[in-house]
Design a protein around this ligand. Structure first.
Ligand code: CMP
Length: 143
């Protein structure tokens, strides 16, 4: 079983897309194990986007992600990192296919509704940025 970090970004929150995003992942069959409505700090944003530190749009990313509340979530499922990126759609909005979250809702690459981890290493770092292990649910006792 794999875990990933998903985050409805400030544009998605302000456009009322939190329920839509959650519904798509629930319908796919994934399990939410953590959920936090939060305002990211500058430090959290910089840590979250550490791999983009040298990119020209890094400060724009940090400013945007701290500009309003986000919905930070941890989801669990087989191959969820790869599969959730298929549900989300490509980063560049002109490449995001209809039927994906970005394909259906995003108009601009820097306002693309949702973030999803791109590797197991990123997922662990991004999860630890918003959640402690004690805050994550455990379904293993369910029948
Ligand atoms: P995300 O999946 O959150 O990961 C990195 C983000 O950088 C990406 O979504 C985009 O929102 C953003 N991004 C990628 N390319 C650009 C760009 N050229 N200008 C601004 N933001 C970008």
């Amino acid at each position: 079983m794999e875990r990933t970090f998903l985050m409805v970004k400030p544009d998605g929150v302000q456009r009322g897309l939190m329920g839509e995003v959650i519904a798509r992942f629930e319908r796919k069959g994934f399990k939410m194990i953590g959920c936090k409505f939060a305002q990211a700090t500058e430090e959290q944003a910089a840590f979250h986007y550490a791999e983009h530190k040298e990119k020209p749009f890094f400060q724009e990313l940090v400013d945007f992600i701290t500009s309003g509340p986000v919905l930070a979530m941890v989801w669990e499922g087989d191959d969820i990192i790869q599969l959730s990126r298929t549900v989300i759609g490509k980063t560049k909005v002109h490449e995001a296919m209809p039927g994906t979250i970005r394909g259906d809702f995003a108009l601009h690459t820097n306002r693309n509704v949702i973030h999803g981890s791109d590797s197991a290493e990123s997922a662990e770092r991004e999860i630890s940025n918003f959640f402690s292990e004690a805050e994550l649910a455990n379904y293993k006792k369910l029948i």
